[in-house]
Design a protein around this ligand. Sequence first.
Ligand SMILES: Cc1ncc(COP(=O)(O)O)c(C=O)c1O
Length: 387
Amino acid sequence: MNPTFKTPVPPSRLPAVGTTIFTVMSALAQQHGAVNLGQGFPDFDCDPRLLDAANAALRGGHNQYPPMAGVQLLREAVAAKIEALYGRRYDPEREITITAGATQAILTAVLAIVHPGDEVIVLEPCYDSYVPAIELAGGHVVRVALTAGSLRPDFDAIGAALTPRTRAIIVNSPHNPSATVWRAAEVRRLADLLAPTDVIVISDEVYEHMVYDGAPHASASTLGSLAARSYVVSSFGKTFHVTGWKIGTVAAPAALTAEFRKVHQFNVFTVNTPLQYALADYLADPAPYLQLGAFYQAKRDLFRAGLAATRLRLLPCEGTYFQCVDYSAVSDLDETAFCRWLTTEVGVAAIPLAPFYADGRHQQLARLCFAKRDETLRSALERLARL
Ligand SMILES: Cc1ncc(COP(=O)(O)O)c(C=O)c1O
């Protein structure tokens, strides 16, 4: 850039945001040739049938703008899937929207409903896009910690955080980073707690098909009273091993969807056409998403069996493709220093939990991602066995 001209730099809209821990750890992993179990994405490719469907859509002339709300066939397929799995019928015309991944869905939902000064509750530790989304909308972030130790929702604390200014609460199950999965009774508890309020729920369910040991996924859409106040968000990236496709879905009652689409229209307007056709085609067979739980449960079991032989203490893993470990028997280092050390000296990249909290608290916990080929997991386990 020509240094003679001054670039005006405005005050930051997100002054607290810097380089994310995921970027930092991935760069460190690459530099040190570490096995990267940090960032949450598969190191294997998707089903070739999905690629064939994408190819057919590209070659089949589906390359212009789709309808603003998403390709009709895909919205119909998503509505049918939700109805089959959770027993609730959403109208594909007025209640299902296709988004550029769950991250855009969450930001758009927040921008659509949060006015400056509104309070929005997040349950910490939480996925890193929630807080900046609320701040961009001018909302006030109200942080409620998950129960220490179990990392399950603390409904007394959530109840205490509700005020007349609470506009929304963002919940996430199966939960990143804790790998806990809400039980039906917990979803009911949330519905009861919110029943006397006008609070809107943004329910981040991107790991809906990664629930283990025969437990069901208790979607916010299963309960009428909760579905009536919820944006239910999911993502094909997680379900079909295509995180780079960035295509997600939002199911919400017509009145909430109408507000959502007002923002969506000027935020992305529409989402990649051919990949929507490919997904609509691929969804005709439910086997890939119905078998995802068993697929990842086998990886979880392989990974946990190996970790059990190390000095890392395993936290429960009920869902997602993350496994949290307590490393207090191995090291006194704080979480970020430990994860750096693990990457550079042991050769396995992990993510500290501290950055998922506003106060950066250290609990000697680290998150490992097992969405990896079995040989990658074995190679990481060999290194971790030296701890
Ligand atoms: C809890 C949670 N929500 C949302 C997302 C983002 O999903 P997408 O890639 O579809 O934007 C992620 C990705 O890691 C996640 O873990």
